[in-house]
Design a protein around this ligand. Structure first.
Ligand code: AMP
Length: 436
């Protein structure tokens, strides 16, 4: 599946291409067509799955046609539990709509309300908001919803955890009932199902979480190592462990070719498959690998999707994928059908961000194991803080609004550190916790 096949307007497709995304993530592949058609969606998807683009892209697509927002009106409302998440979503909205003539805004508590009032005055195509500040703005007459086309509840489970249920109910009362509604949550808990009743109608249910829980039959570990020593470590592991059939993942085609040359230099029989190889060359490589003529098959993520090899004993992540789901896909190549397999990742200091995203997605830390003689200059942190809902629950109620979270160690601070621009902190310059 390619982004081009989704039928997004050219202006959006161009902005997506500039982000460097080629293929939609699983949640995007499912959500984008449904949202484009105007369907309600209920999705169980955690951070790192690409869910933000999963709803912003098709909603922008829908907004690109239709009547512009009148004075004080809002066409799409995105509610988020925290200001950091609001800022992050807004940043996404801005990047994806850079070629569209639209007006978007973000509003949250803890900052002056007057500039927000003026901002909303001219009408807003997509408004990202935290619940409490939105209600304040509404009570001051700064925002109206007669033209509302769609509502998104992002991280609905966190909203409930943080005691926003009453605010949400009040907001729902002031929105037109005829609208498209999208609900995103880490899980479909009974509370979320309860909330969804009467909120979404005949929704497409998407659940990308089971695939993210890595299979129990795969032993996972990672070896911290300096980037420049990865190839030597790989050769060492192949020899020491006598791996006779290992699938090695490389993020890039060029990297895959280079690795094959280097392994051959170490007298290890290896072959690469990736998109630049002809179909014949790929088929031949695969046959040689299956037949035991070559020990090591080096593949890119995309090339590997199409190959069918059962019960591979060994998968190696020579580098970590940028899209966390790819990690799950990669290690799913081993330990199939109840057989035991092993997945080993070689992780260098520049890959901490990817590691943290992966550990958050799979909900656990990958055990670290240092290989003697390959100790890196920079250690890999003990855990990428994989647990969601890190216990920093906020007190409920309108008077203790939790949206102005600035707490240290709050995982939404981490989200900001993942922004493409590399900036830390949110748009208003509020300092946020930066993970490592
Ligand atoms: P999210 O789950 O929405 O927080 O997104 C997680 C990260 O994945 C963000 O840094 C996005 O920029 C990135 N991302 C979203 N969609 C894609 C895609 N199709 N390909 C590659 N990266 C993506």
């Amino acid at each position: 599946m390619l982004f081009e096949n989704l039928g997004l307007t050219q202006d959006i497709a161009r902005a997506v291409a500039e982000q460097g995304y080629s293929a939609p993530t699983p949640i995007q592949a499912q959500a984008i067509p449904a949202v484009m058609q105007g369907r309600d969606v209920m999705a169980a998807a955690q951070t790192g799955t690409g869910k933000t683009a999963g709803f912003t892209l098709p909603l922008l697509h829908r907004l690109s046609s239709g009547k512009r927002a009148g004075k004080g009106q809002v066409r799409v409302l995105v509610l988020t539990p925290t200001r950091e998440l609001a800022a992050q979503v807004f940043e996404n909205v801005q990047s994806y709509s850079k070629y569209l003539p639209m007006r978007h805004a973000v509003v949250f508590g803890g900052v002056k309300i007057n500039p927000q009032i003026s901002r909303l005055h001219g009408g807003t195509d997509m408004l990202v908001a935290t619940p409490g500040r939105l209600l304040d703005l509404y009570s001051q007459g700064a925002v109206r919803f007669d033209q509302l086309e769609a509502l998104v509840l992002d991280e609905a489970d966190r909203m409930l955890d943080m005691g926003f249920i009453h605010d949400i109910k009040r907001i729902l009362k002031i929105l037109p009932p005829k609208r498209q509604t999208l609900l995103f949550s880490a899980t479909f808990s009974p509370e979320i199902r309860q909330l969804a009743k009467g909120l979404v109608s005949n929704p497409l249910e998407i659940d990308v979480s089971p695939r993210n829980s890595t299979t129990a039959t795969v032993r996972q570990k990672l070896h911290p190592v300096d980037k420049t020593r990865k190839t030597k470590l790989l050769s060492h592991l192949i020899r020491e462990n006598n791996w006779h059939q290992a699938l090695v993942f490389s993020r890039t085609k060029h990297g895959a070719n280079r690795l094959v040359k280097q392994l051959e230099g170490d007298s290890i029989r290896a072959v690469a498959i990736h998109g630049n190889k002809s179909q014949n060359a790929r088929t031949r490589a695969l046959a040689e690998f299956k037949g035991g003529k070559v020990q090591i098959l080096v593949a890119t993520d995309i090339a590997a999707r199409g190959i069918d090899i059962d019960q591979l004993p060994q998968v190696v992540n020579f580098d970590l994928p940028n899209v966390p789901e790819d990690y799950v896909h990669r290690i799913g190549r081993t330990g199939r059908a109840g057989a035991h397999g092993q997945a080993v990742s070689l992780v260098s200091a520049d890959e901490f961000k990817q590691l943290r995203d992966i550990e958050r997605l799979i909900g656990k830390a990958v055990p670290r194991e240092q290989v003697e003689g390959f100790e890196p200059a920079h250690q890999v942190p003990a855990s990428g803080n994989p647990r969601r809902g890190d216990g920093q629950k906020q007190r409920s109620g309108r008077h203790k609004r939790a949206e102005s979270v600035r707490g240290k160690g709050h995982h939404h601070g981490d989200r900001n550190s993942r922004s493409r621009s590399g900036r830390r902190g949110n748009r208003e310059g509020t300092p946020t916790h930066s993970g490592y």
